[in-house]
Design a protein around this ligand. Structure first.
Ligand SMILES: Nc1ncnc2c1ncn2[C@@H]1O[C@H](COP(=O)(O)OP(=O)(O)OP(=O)(O)O)[C@@H](O)[C@H]1O
Length: 370
């Protein structure tokens, strides 16, 4: 049921050893470091962070495409990492993935019909005729037409190819789709369409999403919950509305400060990052963020902070929380200011959402009462 926990990570860790020979001597990268999170039925959890912070590793762990070093992944309360072959095969149908670069993930020599039929065939679902009609339905669901089934991936635009990637992920009726940077390869104008398609499909099908993104802008309108990652750890996780309105971790505040706002007269509290992103191979001691944090004390360099639970699903990994001044995002400014990429993106998203709502209202008005 919507809101029930579907997938849960508990103290999940993954390290990779890089370099060194078989006698050892390599360096250890803590790609994912003691992560706790929940993905609920019908809801979207977004994971945001800079390149190399461990987002993709986390996604691969949650789908059990790689094995954790430590910790658990629970699918409806049962440890996925202990599933046998046939149980895992069943679970794979529930957990699907959409990739950043739809072109790279679609076989260029296969027709769209072949691409969309393959998962059904591999899982032994339906007769040939049933698969045909399922593929036609899938194409319609993502806003394409059954006529497109004869064509090849190169005959489509980037946005259409992402729709095909989404149709493929839907083919087995999954409950969770992991979307790794689903729109970052697309033009800004097309991004909003794909995000809206994902939202519509979620409403219709009750899907849960885990969306991975490198900036907070894109996921704003699709997320129920947002987790911000920094060098392998979740530094802040909160209901989306709260995270954008009143972020508490200095890193989240810095990410939001970096988003250009429309009204320069309205100076939001601003947190600027010092220095560059450290290497995940040699992360700073204690709180990984202390080398760039304007509020850090020597204690921050010495000890790893404990997550502070602020209630309502809001957790922050920072021991200086009470000393950090409140941060306010200017509420209404983000929409205007056509000069900025952020404002453009947001305006496009909001226009598309408004259109969608209008269409739905029209649909409601004309639909026969049931
Ligand atoms: N198979 C691997 N072997 C060794 N190191 C790895 C492996 N996979 C990931 N890493 C390292 O783990 C860290 C996290 O990588 P990951 O790809 O999860 O980050 P990311 O946040 O998804 O980055 P990006 O946005 O660039 O994809 C990086 O330092 C990366 O080099």
């Amino acid at each position: 049921m919507k809101g029930d926990v579907l997938l849960r990570a508990k103290a999940l860790r993954k390290h990779f050893t890089i370099g060194g020979g078989f006698l050892g001597g390599g360096k250890v990268v803590q790609a994912v470091d003691r992560i706790d999170l929940e993905i609920r039925e019908g809801e979207t959890l977004s994971i945001v962070g800079e390149s190399g912070c461990g987002k993709s590793t986390l996604a691969r762990l949650l789908l059990r495409l790689i094995e954790p070093t430590d910790g658990e992944v629970l699918l409806e309360g049962r440890d996925l990492t202990k599933f046998g072959r046939s149980e895992m095969r069943r679970a794979r149908r529930d957990l699907q993935m959409v990739f950043q670069d739809p072109f790279a993930s679609l076989n260029p020599r296969a027709t769209i019909r072949d691409i969309l039929t393959e998962p059904l065939r591999l899982h032994g679902i339906g007769t040939a005729a049933e698969r045909r009609s399922r593929v036609d339905d899938l194409l319609r669901m993502v806003g394409l037409s059954p006529d497109h089934a004869r064509r090849y991936p190169h005959e489509f635009s980037g946005g259409q190819r992402q729709r095909i990637g989404i149709a493929r992920a839907l083919s087995l009726n999954p409950r969770l789709i992991v979307a790794d940077e689903p729109v970052s390869a697309l033009d800004v104008s097309v991004q909003a369409q794909v995000i809206n398609l994902l939202k519509d499909l979620q409403e219709e099908l009750g899907l849960a999403y885990l969306v991975i993104a490198h900036d907070l802008t894109v996921v704003r309108h699709i997320s129920d919950t947002v987790a911000v990652m920094y060098l392998g750890r979740i530094v802040e996780i909160a209901p989306a509305e709260e995270l954008y309105r009143a972020p508490r971790h200095p890193y989240t505040q810095a990410l939001l400060s970096a988003i250009p706002v429309a009204d320069p007269a309205h100076v939001a509290s601003e947190v600027r990052l010092e220095g560059d992103l450290p290497s995940p191979v040699t992360p700073p001691s204690g709180c990984h963020f202390h080398t760039r944090c304007p509020f850090a004390t020597p204690e921050c360099a010495a000890d790893v902070p404990e997550a502070r639970d602020l209630g309502g699903g809001h957790r922050v990994l920072c021991r200086r929380l009470d000393e950090i001044p409140a941060f306010e995002m200017p509420q209404d400014t983000a929409v205007a200011g056509p000069e900025t990429a952020y404002a453009r993106r947001l305006a496009a998203l909001e226009a598309a959402t408004a259109r969608r709502q209008a269409q739905r209202r029209e649909g409601d008005a004309t639909a026969p009462a049931s």
